[in-house]
Design a protein around this ligand. Structure first.
Ligand SMILES: [Zn+2]
Length: 94
């Protein structure tokens, strides 16, 4: 997928990107992705008015499999991951 390749081409500056790996539920391919924690997440407010950030991404592997994997990350104000969800695959640790 074009945009994913563009995202993966520069080396990872520490602290700017949150990287993750997922495994496609259909074909088992492992796909790596990343979130630019300064640009991509959008701010939301919890019930107490405290800000947090969410980022939703749809990713696909490079194999001939058209399974779309949807991931949702929730970050705190310090851009640490609070929660994550996935549809169409499962998270694998790097
Ligand atoms: Zn697949």
């Amino acid at each position: 997928m074009k945009f994913l390749k563009n995202l993966l081409s520069p080396p990872n500056p520490t602290g700017k990107f949150y990287t993750f790996s997922v495994k496609c539920k259909r074909c088992g391919e492992t796909i790596h992705g990343q979130v630019n924690v300064y640009n991509e997440p959008s701010m939301e407010l919890d019930q107490k008015g405290k800000p947090y950030y969410t980022c939703r991404k749809v990713i696909m592997g490079n194999e001939h499999c058209f399974q779309q994997i949807e991931v949702l990350f929730k970050f705190d104000a310090g851009k640490r991951v609070l929660d994550r969800e996935i549809i169409g695959g499962e998270f694998v640790e790097n």
